[in-house]
Design a protein around this ligand. Structure first.
Ligand code: AGP
Length: 607
């Protein structure tokens, strides 16, 4: 939540780059935007409420002087979206500019203290205490780096902070605790950002900044020090494997549609995970007394599907717990014999991070399944499995969900191999089937996209839709309903089809749309029973079924066809695709931007 960018470069105007970098970060928040540069010893500032291009139209963000600058795109926590609450924030004399992502828990107390010393505030944000504190420390003779270090000793909460001042021109200082910041470097320029795509067109050389460190950026590079004792830290440069093209729309009208179409490649790349990485994960799970899958949102639905895969392929049934509720659910019933698999595409979700930190206090072993190298979760996990979706920019997760399923399937098979649960021949056959999945998903996209678009034209004004499935297909149904809620704002609910007659069926009346995820697996006969119950009450049935399933076509008003014979444990992968496409076209039909749904941000870094 909130996107931060900072750059210090030897020559040239920095504003056009800041503007474009903010656009690449806009998925992190988009209720207001702001930029500040330094030129001729003065701060230049433009900021306002609204999405970046709206603000740019009004203020022309490209026309700001200076070769050093910072920018911010906001997802509001403290203070409504408005011009005065937009970042950057400043000190009393407009010489220090700060952008921040996170929450300062003790800001009220600090604000009162600073107010009593005569500081004047011009926003309702928690962030604004930071430039005012920096102002005092710098007046006491500290460098900006020392001043920011002092600030971190006073503030409580989570943060990524980037600051600069006209008094010490030519450098940007940043620090983090609980919120992401990565540094990029090339000849004559140094960058800092909440996420890699922001500077990807300029450099693939990345340096990680860890919690508890402060970095000073100049045109010559970066110096990192520990906040606790000021000791200098040596940090190697990592080469990013993502390409700048992956962070562009590449001819598609939206990132979401592009990312749906990228799913075959994403699966293909994730199938190349090194066997040792999967085997180590399998070993940790095998050695554990209890296994918990922890995640939020879409990653949570991948976890539920994963739970079915592990039960069926490896004979173990992990518990799925919402990371946000984990400590309230398990209390102290954890031990060092347990294992947590934390699933988070961003690797930054605070709910998931907090649950993992809680588990670690009991000595629980942690496996992280994430799409982002060097993300926060990778630094606290005992073992990490990195999925290979490339950057996902659309706020609604699609290809990262697909690769989470791909990785979980491979982990379950590695575990089965380790324990001998399934015969090796069966495991090999399942692996071969996974190898075919990129082509299957590709076919599902091409055969169902137009159908999804037409169905959206029929259903776009439905106030409510129901998504039902049994077994692993309940996870598919849940993900379908979540996608629809997120980007098209239709009310959508997913249920176990078995549970539907215990309450949700009361909603059904003539033409009420009910989606059934109905692969030809062992749940089929019972699903047919549920379809009949819904039809008897006038529901309009939309089914996702095997291509040759004439019986279900006959019972459905509309259907999406999936190739026959999908291995049941992997069915979520192709069966979710028509639901992703349907949500996308529903949002388009209603005139909403699928990439930037209201009230949401891609990675949720508040509790
Ligand atoms: C998915 O479309 C949502 N944007 C959201 O539910 C997301 O899956 C959730 O916030 C978890 O994110 P993570 O995978 O980065 O932890």
């Amino acid at each position: 939540m909130c996107g931060i960018i900072g750059v210090v470069q030897k020559r040239g105007q920095v504003a056009p780059f800041l503007h474009q970098a903010l656009k690449r970060l806009e998925y992190r928040g988009y209720d207001s935007v702001g930029m500040t540069t330094i030129s001729s010893g003065h701060l230049h500032m433009k900021k306002d409420k609204g999405k970046i291009e709206e603000v740019h139209k009004k203020l022309n963000l490209d026309e700001m002087p200076g070769s050093i600058g910072i920018g911010h795109t906001r997802w509001a926590t403290h203070g409504a979206p408005s011009q005065y609450n937009a970042h950057p924030h400043f000190d009393c004399s407009n010489e220090i500019a700060v952008v921040h992502n996170g929450v300062i828990d003790n800001f009220l107390e600090l604000r009162e203290e600073l107010g009593s010393k005569g500081h004047k505030f011009s926003s309702e944000t928690d962030t604004e205490v930071i430039p005012h504190m920096l102002e005092d420390y710098i007046l006491d003779g500290m460098s900006l780096t020392e001043a920011l270090t002092e600030v971190t000793h006073r503030i409580e909460g989570t943060y990524a902070i980037v600051a600069m001042t006209t008094k010490q021109d030519g450098k940007i200082v940043c620090t983090r605790d609980g919120n992401p910041l990565v540094i990029g470097k090339r000849e004559g320029a140094t960058y800092v950002s909440s996420d890699i795509p922001a500077f990807l067109p300029m450099t693939k050389d990345m340096i990680l900044l860890l919690d508890g460190e402060v970095a000073t950026l100049t045109t010559d590079g970066v110096e990192i020090r520990k906040l606790s004792n000021g000791a200098e830290v040596e940090r190697e440069t990592i080469e990013i494997s993502w390409t700048a093209d992956q962070a562009q729309k590449g001819g598609f009208p939206h990132f979401m549609l592009k990312e749906i179409h990228e799913q075959p490649d994403a699966i293909r790349n994730t199938l190349r995970l090194r066997p040792e990485v999967l085997q180590e994960a399998a070993k940790l799970i095998h050695e554990a007394k209890r296994v918990y899958f922890l995640a939020m949102g879409t990653s949570g639905y991948a976890a539920i599907a994963g739970k079915h895969m592990f039960a069926s392929l490896a004979g173990i049934l992990p518990d799925f717990e919402l990371a946000s509720d984990f400590s309230d659910t398990v209390y102290n019933a954890l031990s060092e014999k347990d294992c947590v698999v934390a699933i988070t595409q961003s690797g930054e979700t605070t709910d998931t991070m907090m649950a993992v930190k809680y588990a670690k206090t009991f000595g629980v072993r942690v496996i992280a399944l994430t799409n982002v190298v060097g993300s926060s979760i990778t630094r606290i996990a005992d073992h990490t499995v990195i999925t290979q979706a490339g950057p996902e920019i659309g706020v609604a997760a699609t290809k990262t969900f697909m690769v989470q399923l791909t990785a979980l399937a491979q982990m379950a098979l590695a575990l089965s191999e380790l324990t001998g649960f399934l015969d090796n021949k069966v495991i090999e056959a399942k692996r071969r089937f996974l190898e075919a999945m990129p082509d299957i998903v590709s076919e599902v996209i091409s055969r169902n996209e137009e159908r999804a678009r037409r169905l959206a034209g029929l259903l776009y004004d439905q106030p409510s839709l129901l998504f039902l499935g049994r077994g692993i297909s309940q996870a598919t149904a849940e993900e379908g309903a979540l996608k629809l809620k997120e980007i098209s704002y239709n009310h959508a609910e997913a249920y176990s089809a078995g549970q539907s007659k215990h309450g949700p069926i009361a909603l059904v009346q003539d033409d009420y749309p009910v989606f059934f995820i109905a692969p030809r697996d062992e749940t089929r006969n019972r699903i047919i029973g549920n379809i009949m119950e819904m039809k008897a009450r006038g529901a309009s049935i939309i089914s996702v079924i095997e291509r040759s399933d004439e019986e279900l076509k006959g019972l459905s008003d509309h259907w999406f066809a999936i190739p026959d014979g999908i291995e049941p444990e992997f069915s979520t992968m192709p069966y979710v695709v028509p639901l992703q496409l349907f949500s996308y076209y529903m949002a388009r039909r209603k005139g909403f931007d699928p990439d930037k749904p209201r009230n949401l941000a891609k990675s949720v870094t508040v509790l």
